[in-house]
Design a protein around this ligand. Structure first.
Ligand SMILES: N[C@@H](CCC(=O)N[C@@H](CSS)C(=O)NCC(=O)O)C(=O)O
Length: 364
C-alpha cells in the first residue's frame, strides 16, 4: 500500500515522530519520493517556528504531496495552516476559511485550535509565502484593504489605497521593516474614506502620490491605461477599469513566483464595486472586469480594495467561476446593480472632496 502510494507521490511529509512504526521512509524513498519529517503535537505547545516550518514544507515540497500521520488529524492541521497562509486568512476569520474550503465537518475544537494558530495581522498578512513582496493591511472601520508592496532587492516600497486613520500604523510597519516608501498610490477617488497619501507626502516630501488622470483628482503623478509604475526592480502595470468610478484602475504585479491584481473597488471577492454614484456605470464595469481582469491567468491573486466579510484574497479563476454578480449576463448584471439599494457611504460628503485633493495636497 505504502509503495503504491509512494509511486504516485513526488513528495511525502510525515508529521508524527519518526520512531512511529507506521512510518516507512526507506520504502517511500525507494520509489523516488522526497521525504521530510516535521513532527508536532496538535496541542497548545505548537510553536510559531514549527507552524512556519510546516507551512514552508507544504509550500515547497514537490507535488503530488502526501502528508501522513496516524489518524489524519495532524495532516489536516498541516494542510489547513498552509491553506490559511496561502489565502491570507488570519486570526479573526478562521470560520471563513473553513466555509470557503467547504470543510463543513471540521469539529469545533479543531476550529478553535486553528484560530489560535493563524498568523497575526499587526504587520499585515503576507498573501502568499511564495511571494512575500505583498502585504495586506486592514482598516476595521471601513473594511478597507491596503497593500504594502516591497521590492526585496532594494527595499523600495509602495502603499496602495492607504487610509488616513491608519497612517501611523502603516508608517510604523515601514519603519520596522526598514523600507523606503516611494509612492502612495490610489486605485480611484474613494467615497468611504480619505487617503493618507497627501499627509504622508507632506511629512515625507520624497514620497510621491499617484492617481489616474481620469479621476480628475490632485496628485504628484497621474497615470493612465498602459503606463507602468516602477519601484526597485518591480513594476505595476496600469489597466483602466472604470465602472465603479470613471477613474478606477487595476494594477498588475508579476513577481518571480506569483501574480497579483490590485483591483480597488472594481472587483471584490464574490462581489464588485457599486455603480450608483461617481459616474458609476454597470455595463462598463462588467466589460472591464471581463476584458482587463478575467483575461489574466486563473492563478492571479485578486487583491480587492475592501472586504466586508473578513476575507483577504481570491483568484481570477475563483471569481470567474463563483462571483455571483459577474457570472450573470451583462443585462442581468446591470439590472442587479441598478437595484442594489445600498445606503450611501457614511463619509461620502467629506471623503470625495477630500480625495479630490489627495487627502491634503497643496501642490502641484
Ligand atoms: N457602509 C460603508 C459603505 C459600503 C459601500 O458602499 N461600499 C462600496 C465601496 S466603498 S465606496 C461598494 O462598492 N460596495 C459594494 C457592495 O456590494 O457592498 C460606509 O458607510 O462607508
Amino acid at each position: 500500500m505504502v509503495e503504491k502510494l509512494a509511486e504516485e507521490c513526488k513528495g511525502w511529509l510525515y508529521v508524527n515522530p519518526e520512531s512511529d512504526p507506521h512510518f516507512m521512509p526507506e520504502k517511500i524513498k525507494s520509489k523516488g519520493s522526497k521525504v521530510e519529517v516535521c513532527p508536532f503535537k496538535p496541542s497548545k505547545d505548537l510553536s510559531p517556528e514549527v507552524v512556519e516550518k510546516l507551512v514552508t514544507l507544504v509550500d515547497e515540497m514537490p507535488r503530488p504531496l502526501m502528508i501522513q500521520c496516524t489518524s489524519a488529524n495532524r495532516a489536516a492541521v498541516a494542510l489547513l495552516l498552509w491553506m490559511a497562509k496561502e489565502r491570507g486568512y488570519t486570526q479573526g476569520p478562521a470560520e471563513l476559511l473553513v466555509k470557503d474550503l467547504s470543510l463543513d465537518t471540521v469539529r469545533p475544537e479543531a476550529l478553535e485550535w486553528l484560530t489560535s494558530r493563524l498568523p497575526e495581522v499587526r504587520t499585515g498578512r503576507i498573501i502568499t509565502a511564495k511571494s512575500p513582496e505583498v502585504r495586506q493591511l486592514f482598516d476595521e472601520e471601513t473594511s478597507t484593504l491596503t497593500y504594502l508592496v516591497t521590492c526585496p532587492e532594494t527595499s523600495e516600497a509602495v502603499l496602495i489605497d492607504p487610509v488616513l486613520e491608519q497612517k501611523d500604523r502603516d508608517l510604523q510597519v515601514l519603519k520596522e521593516l526598514n523600507l523606503k516608501l516611494k509612492y502612495v498610490i490610489n486605485t480611484h477617488c474613494h467615497a468611504d474614506h480619505i487617503t493618507s497619501g497627501g499627509l504622508i507626502r507632506k511629512d515625507m516630501p520624497e514620497v510621491k502620490t499617484i492617481i489616474s488622470e481620469a479621476s480628475g483628482a490632485k496628485a504628484d503623478m497621474h497615470i493612465k491605461h498602459g503606463d507602468t509604475i516602477s519601484f526597485g526592480k518591480l513594476q505595476l502595470e496600469v489597466r483602466a477599469t472604470p465602472g465603479h468610478t470613471d477613474g478606477c484602475v487595476t494594477f498588475i504585479l508579476k513577481t518571480k513566483t506569483a501574480s497579483f491584481a490590485f483591483t480597488g473597488d472594481t472587483l471584490l471577492i464574490r462581489g464588485c464595486g457599486r455603480t450608483d454614484f461617481q459616474q458609476g456605470n454597470p455595463r462598463l464595469l462588467y466589460q472591464n472586469v471581463y476584458e482587463q481582469i478575467f483575461t489574466l491567468p486563473g492563478e492571479t491573486f485578486i487583491c480587492p480594495g475592501h472586504d466586508y466579510k473578513g476575507r483577504g484574497v481570491s483568484s481570477v479563476e475563483e471569481e470567474r467561476r463563483f462571483n455571483p454578480r459577474l457570472t450573470k449576463s451583462v443585462d442581468e448584471f446591470a439590472e442587479l446593480m441598478d437595484n442594489l439599494g445600498l445606503a450611501y457611504p457614511k463619509k461620502i460628503d467629506v471623503a470625495v472632496p477630500g480625495n479630490m485633493m489627495c487627502g491634503v495636497q497643496d501642490d502641484p
